[in-house]
Design a protein around this ligand. Structure first.
Ligand code: SF4
Length: 365
């Protein structure tokens, strides 16, 4: 309801239309430049909101099952279109199923980002995809894309990336618990970007490099921090997230050198290529392992939590390599698998508490 009211207010006060966006990677700058509000749909969590979830196979992840149920129940009727990035086969199928089974009557846009390592052909491909998506979004927005506004949007999102990276990198010196920090970072999934930037700037003023947050630092890699109780229990048991590799959060932050934007279409393609390795983009697995090790080393994390969604093929594909990588370094690891439930099972709570306690005592697996 909070988001729905926000979308309505954006429409009434600013004349902005809204687009529901499925996970994960998409050129948000295009939407911002066209004055379109992006509202991301990561599920939503909890029980499916209609029986439409039962129309797809039970071995499809809860993100897609819940999203279909959400669309079918009218949960996103307030938006003007939906954007389905080609994150995985399940989301690609959802783009067609939503119309067939879900009762969704709004335009369904797709965006195929290049898979694998960057090469000249993928660069040409993404250039065409970006322009194709821009023209579909122009129809939704009812206006033409202005190159100056696009450049301004790219600059705005670069700043947002910078602030988000600073907060995550300086995590140990930030007087926020994980629930507050992730609440802030995830509001970027639906707030108008300038409002999100203002919140990030305010949060950065609370960074104090001289402060050392008490507790055992951990690296979390996974999909989305749901339920947030996972991190609340981690905090209560004496550990905190010092390094983030959530697909919804850290894996979408591009760390690009500051400089002139130049050709905005090239800048958009650069940004898409500059985010950290992600299995949904089929990036090189060794490069991803090196990235995770470097996150662990830089943050001083003493353990690793893998927090994935059940039946998520892209994420699960890398889990054996993550296990091997950290086992070889003697780093304790906790594996958590969920289905976007609102509450954790007693067993999961006990495992998180035991893991945090063991790290606090300097233990190893
Ligand atoms: S959780 Fe995994 S399988 Fe499900 S939509 Fe996301 S990437 Fe695809």
């Amino acid at each position: 309801m909070v988001r729905e009211n926000y979308i309505r207010r954006q429409r009434e006060e600013h004349g902005r239309r809204a687009v529901a966006v499925l996970p994960i990677h998409y050129p948000k700058e295009l939407l911002t430049a066209l004055d379109l509000l992006s509202v991301e749909v990561w599920g939503p969590p909890g029980a499916p909101r209609s029986d439409a979830a039962g129309r797809i196979q039970p071995y499809v992840c809860s993100v897609v099952r819940n999203a279909l149920a959400f669309l079918a129940s009218g949960g996103a009727d307030v938006v003007d279109a939906a954007l389905f990035p080609h994150t995985c086969d399940s989301i690609q199928q959802l783009a067609t199923l939503a119309h067939d089974f879900g009762g969704w009557k709004k335009p369904a846009l797709t965006f195929l980002h290049p898979k694998g390592e960057p090469r000249p052909s993928s660069r040409r491909f993404v250039a065409a995809e970006l322009r194709g998506l821009a023209s579909r979004l122009e129809e939704v927005a009812g206006r033409r894309l202005d190159p100056d506004r696009l450049a301004a949007a790219i600059q705005l999102h670069r700043e947002i990336d910078l602030h988000r990276a600073a907060l995550l990198d300086g995590r140990a010196g930030l007087d926020m618990d994980d629930a507050e920090l992730y609440g802030l970072l995830r509001r970027g999934e639906w707030l108008w970007p300038e409002e999100h930037r203002a919140e990030l700037v305010a949060a950065r003023s609370r960074l104090d490099p001289a402060r050392r947050r008490p507790g055992a630092p951990v690296l979390v890699t996974g999909y989305v921090p749901e339920p947030i109780a996972t991190l609340e229990i981690l905090n209560a048991a004496g550990a905190f997230v010092a390094a983030d590799d959530y697909a919804a959060v850290g894996r979408r932050i591009a760390r690009q050198p500051d400089g002139p934007i130049g050709d905005p279409w090239e800048a958009l393609a650069d940004r898409l290529a500059a985010v950290p390795p992600c299995p949904t983009r089929a990036t090189d697995q060794d490069a991803r392992m090196r990235h995770l090790v470097s996150l662990l080393d830089r943050s001083g994390a003493r353990g690793v939590v893998i927090h994935v969604v059940k039946f998520c093929e892209p994420e699960l594909f890398d889990v054996p390599a993550i296990r091997r990588t950290f086992a070889a370094r003697g780093v304790p690891l906790l594996y958590l698998e969920g289905e976007l439930e609102r509450q954790l099972s007693g067993q999961a709570v006990t495992r998180i508490e035991a893991f945090a306690e063991m790290l606090g005592q300097g233990g190893t697996t």
